[in-house]
Design a protein around this ligand. Structure first.
Ligand SMILES: Cc1cc2nc3c(=O)[nH]c(=O)nc-3n(C[C@H](O)[C@H](O)[C@H](O)COP(=O)(O)OP(=O)(O)OC[C@H]3O[C@@H](n4cnc5c(N)ncnc54)[C@H](O)[C@@H]3O)c2cc1C
Ligand code: SF4
Ligand code: SF4
Length: 774
């Protein structure tokens, strides 16, 4: 039972990391083991140039650490570099340059991954706007030419490299590493792991996959002639292999998807031609069931039912990508990103213990007005406080050991307390009832004020960090302005005006004597949140007998200003203005890559339509209840339920608890009714072709996945880029943050306000019989 519960929770929480799982890395690519650095493909560097840059930079960093170079122990290496690919070679060359005692260990041959590219493959040196870093040469060249240059460099520099010597284990003892290969053990101060992930091709795990005519890579496509060949896969590697093989053979292309969604436009065009010429037969919605001696059995989905189909083949190529070498990394003690380990029962138990402690503590102090008068000599309060502290210490201790469920419990504890006690005196959630709000009110200011201070502090501190990360470090003006905008809106409209300036405006009569002396206006500073928060996010603008000024402004903002903004800027309100989006983009930024991805996660977006409908029904009921007594009770009930679920749980406790686990956009993406309203408007404007908002792509995408990985709202940007399809609010729920544009190493994406490619239909795949496929 608990195992099933844990499985369900973990599946949900892990949904952001499916595609591109990576080791957990700190600054300078240091892993969870201090002194062990991970670079290159394994650390997410998508191309050779970036892998080389990481090799260079990590050594520059290590060389600058105290005591990094030299020492009296002759057998102790300053650094052991593992893997002689682009990253490892450049790291070793730089270590030599810096005069370090180093060794480079390689399982097979120099640049094994590139050596294994198909013969004659042209190797791109993208991004061509950036020069390569370090001593390794890189320019666009055939694989053979590139290899000649690299071998020359290795020889000229007398690089200390041991080939055919793969690393089996790494142990850290007394601050030093023991790196073991099948031949020897090397002692080192630091280790740089650059083993890539190509050595770990993904398998189908079906019967017969280990036959000698079933391969997981294609080295010499031109040696096959007049044969029947089965290629399995739907990515660029599989398509390119199928295309080359189809020049001299009959090729069957089996793919589990219903369309080739993740391939270059050029490949799509060539594939369409090969299919039309009958050289390639695509079998979509199919999975290999078994590889027999001469025939493979496929299960093909037709009208929702599986049908068996036999495919004759003399050679089969399974090209379905590569997996992170998880087992190997785990055996070294390396922690993976977003890893869910730990006990759910322990996490629930410790969290509950914390609440019980707080409850005992609170019961003892229920009648006391402030911290200053706490009587800590009372036994129950001591017991409560100790239980509470023990629970927090336990959650932190297990969390530090890698139990993320414990961190989830701690995060829930913190945000439940913040929001559960914020409701107001006497309305707090258990165990804060009747005392939590008062207990958290300091210096004559209520807890709701300190909550706003906390919120603004988080947006400011983490906003400045994000501004540096995305704006200043990349010299990206768009991101600089975006973060300046978010921080400014938070300070001006969600802090200074409601907490200070409104009162000043009233007391100094800046708004005219009439308004300043009208109690329905002057005594309701909280309504100034409605200056920027539109209906239905802030439907209170229209409730509790508002002054006409607020009604007029609320209608204007919701039904005129926001739609005009949406027409030109799509849903940028969420990523430039809104306080909820602001916290997600700042405090939540470091976890943006964990946002749920995939088709199922997109389907969940129906939930904000449900909240929008709920908010609309409550609004209507509240507005008519005074005229029709019949609606008074349902209106009040609806408002109370909405306040509890939407305003406390859905906007506060749940999403902020989940920031470190599912990224910052859970509220905005799944539950915010205003985001849904803007989406409906933007979708309509896009359909009518009035919208000015869209992202377009050029033809240089290298399928590195960085854009999709960093999209906070889980959009698979890469699949749009590969097909050069327009991304707008008709085709996605984009909020226009521009992070995908900033992060793309190839400058593929741009906000094309004027010269977009329009909604050009993607190239259709047509069979030899003229049937449209996929
Ligand atoms: C089909 C294909 C085409 C590509 N085309 C391009 C292109 O045109 N341009 C481009 O920029 N990028 C291209 N790439 C990406 C490029 O190959 C990688 O970005 C690059 O190779 C990453 O370098 P790396 O050093 O991190 O890893 P790798 O190059 O994979 O090197 C890792 C090395 O570690 C060794 N190793 C593994 N395990 C161990 C162990 N236990 N002990 C010791 N050594 C070990 C391996 O044998 C290997 O030599 C392509 C990739 C593929 C698969
Ligand atoms: S698609 Fe790009 S611009 Fe749109 S939300 Fe995702 S990262 Fe931001
Ligand atoms: S568009 Fe996306 S997948 Fe393509 S190169 Fe840019 S970041 Fe990588």
């Amino acid at each position: 039972m608990t195992n099933k519960l844990k499985q369900a929770i973990v599946t949900l929480l892990h949904s952001g990391s499916g595609l591109n799982e990576r080791p957990y890395l700190k600054k300078h690519n240091e892993s969870n083991i201090p002194g062990l650095f991970i670079i290159g493909d394994l650390a997410g560097a998508p191309v050779i140039k970036y892998a080389m840059a990481q090799g260079y930079e990590v050594i520059e960093h290590i060389a600058g650490l105290p005591g990094a170079i030299g020492g009296s122990d002759e057998d102790l290496y300053d650094v052991v570099v593992i893997g002689a690919g682009a990253a490892g070679l450049n790291a070793a060359l730089q270590a030599k340059e810096r005069g370090m005692r180093y060794i480079l260990l390689e399982k097979e041959q120099v640049a094994n991954t590139i050596e294994n590219f198909p013969e004659g493959k042209y190797v791109y040196a993208e991004p061509d706007t950036q020069p390569p870093k370090g001593k390794l040469w890189l320019d666009g060249a055939t694989k053979e030419d590139l290899m000649v240059r690299w071998h020359q460099i290795v020889n000229e520099n007398h690089l200390n490299v041991r080939l055919m010597e793969g690393v089996n284990s790494i142990e850290k003892k007394d601050g030093l590493f023991n790196v073991k290969t099948q031949k020897e053990m090397y002692r080192a101060k630091r280790v740089v792991l650059a083993t890539g992930q190509r050595g770990n091709p993904r398998k189908l795990n079906v019967k017969g996959e280990d036959r000698e005519n079933v391969y997981h890579r294609l080295y010499s496509p031109r040696k096959y002639k007049n044969e029947s060949i089965l290629v399995v896969g739907g990515g660029n590697s599989a398509i390119e292999a199928a295309l080359t093989l189809s020049e001299q053979n009959k090729v069957y292309l089996s793919y589990r998807g219903s369309e080739f969604a993740r391939i270059f436009k050029d490949n799509e065009r060539k594939l369409s031609e090969a299919i039309a010429a009958g050289r390639i037969e695509p079998i979509l919605n199919s999975n290999v069931f078994e590889f027999g001696g001469q025939e493979a059995t496929l299960k093909v989905k037709v009208n929702g039912k599986d049908e068996g189909r036999k495919i004759p083949y003399s050679h089969a190529f399974v090209l379905v990508g590569a997996d992170v070498p998880r087992e190997f990394l785990k055996s070294l003690g390396i922690r993976m990103e977003n890893e869910w380990e730990g006990s759910i029962l322990r996490a629930i138990g410790l969290t509950l213990l914390g609440f019980v402690g707080v409850w005992i503590f609170g019961s003892a102090h229920g009648g006391h007005p402030a911290i200053g008068s706490l009587d800590l000599s009372m036994l129950p309060s001591w017991i409560g406080a100790l239980l509470w502290l023990a629970s927090l210490a336990g959650l932190v201790r297990f969390g530090m050991k890698g139990d993320r469920l414990a961190w989830l419990g701690l995060s829930f504890f913190v945000w439940y307390t913040v929001y559960g006690a914020k409701l107001g005196k006497g309305q707090e959630f258990w165990p804060y009832e009747d005392w939590g709000y008062r207990f958290l009110s300091f210096f004559d200011r209520p807890w709701s004020f300190w909550y706003t201070v906390l919120y603004t502090t988080l947006v400011t501190l983490f906003g400045l960090q994000a501004l540096k990360r995305w704006g200043l470090d990349r010299k990206d003006k768009f991101q600089i302005w975006r973060y300046v905008s978010l921080i400014s809106f938070q300070w001006i409209f969600f802090f200074l005006i409601p907490e200070f300036l409104f009162q000043s405006a009233v007391s100094n009569q800046w708004i005219g004597e009439k308004l300043a002396t009208d109690p329905t206006f002057a005594q309701q500073a909280w309504r100034s949140y409605g200056l920027v928060y539109a209906w239905p996010l802030f439907f209170y603008t229209f409730f509790y007998n508002p002054h006409d000024v607020w009604v007029v402004w609320g209608v204007l903002l919701t039904f005129v200003i926001i739609p005009i903004f949406v027409l030109f800027q799509g849903k940028r309100y969420c990523s430039w203005i809104c306080g909820c989006g602001g916290l997600a983009e700042t405090f939540g930024d470091r976890w943006r890559h964990l946002s749920p991805k995939g088709k199922t996660s997109i389907k969940w977006e129906w939930m904000n339509l449900a909240v929008l409908i709920f908010a609309a029904v409550v609004t209507v009921l509240i507005l008519i209840k005074d005229s029709y007594a019949l609606f008074a009770e349902p209106a009040n009930l609806g408002l109370n339920v909405y306040r509890l679920f939407a305003d406390v749980w859905l906007v506060g406790i749940l999403p902020v608890t989940l920031y470190p686990f599912l990224g910052g956009k859970i509220w905005c993406r799944y539950w915010c009714p205003l985001a849904k309203l803007m989406h409906l408007q933007s979708e309509l404007f896009s359909k009518l072709r009035w919208s000015r908002f869209k992202i377009t792509a050029n033809d240089k995408c290298i399928a590195c996945n960085e854009c999709s990985r960093n999209c906070q709202v889980g959009i698979d940007v890469m699949s749009y880029a590969l097909k050069q399809e327009v991304l707008d609010n008709k085709t996605s729920s984009c909020i226009g943050c521009g992070i995908c544009v900033s992060v793309c190493p190839m400058d593929v994406l741009s906000f094309d306000q004027h010269n977009g490619m329009g909604h050009s239909a993607p190239v259709k795949l047509v069979s030899a019989e003229g049937k449209v496929l996929g």
